[in-house]
Design a binder for this molecule. Structure first.
Ligand code: SF4
Length: 114
């Protein structure tokens, strides 16, 4: 079976086709396309972007993200955890808010100073 997907590794957004049996990939402009398509088919991962509550900042939500992609099936659990986090200002851009979230090796980091 041929599965179609859009490569999200860079803004080119190549339209990829992957044979689900042979894992042969076509439609890619560079070698990162087949790597992405195979991972997406077998163990999809995503970078999580969200916000957490912050006390004493100029806003009441601090934008955060994972510093690397984590297994897609953990997205919901990760968002639930972030929903229960509260940090105190001042926070520096890049500061680790949660280390090794859900044992993935990824950290939740602040996306701005606040
Ligand atoms: S295949 Fe390469 S050029 Fe095309 S979107 Fe993916 S990373 Fe970008």
């Amino acid at each position: 079976m041929i599965k179609e997907m859009v490569c999200i590794v860079c803004p080119m957004g190549c339209h990829l086709k992957i044979d689900t049996e042979s894992l042969n990939v076509t439609g890619n402009t560079c070698p990162r396309g087949p790597v992405y398509a195979k991972e997406e088919l077998t163990a999809p991962k995503r970078v999580i972007t969200s916000t957490v509550r912050i006390v004493g900042g100029v806003h009441n939500r601090l934008p955060v993200k994972t510093d690397m992609s984590i297994p897609k099936e953990l997205n919901f659990e990760c968002m639930k955890l972030l929903n229960n986090i509260e940090v105190k200002s001042p926070i520096k851009h890049g500061e680790i808010i949660i280390e090794n979230i859900l044992g993935t090796g990824a950290n939740i980091v602040a996306c701005r100073d606040m």
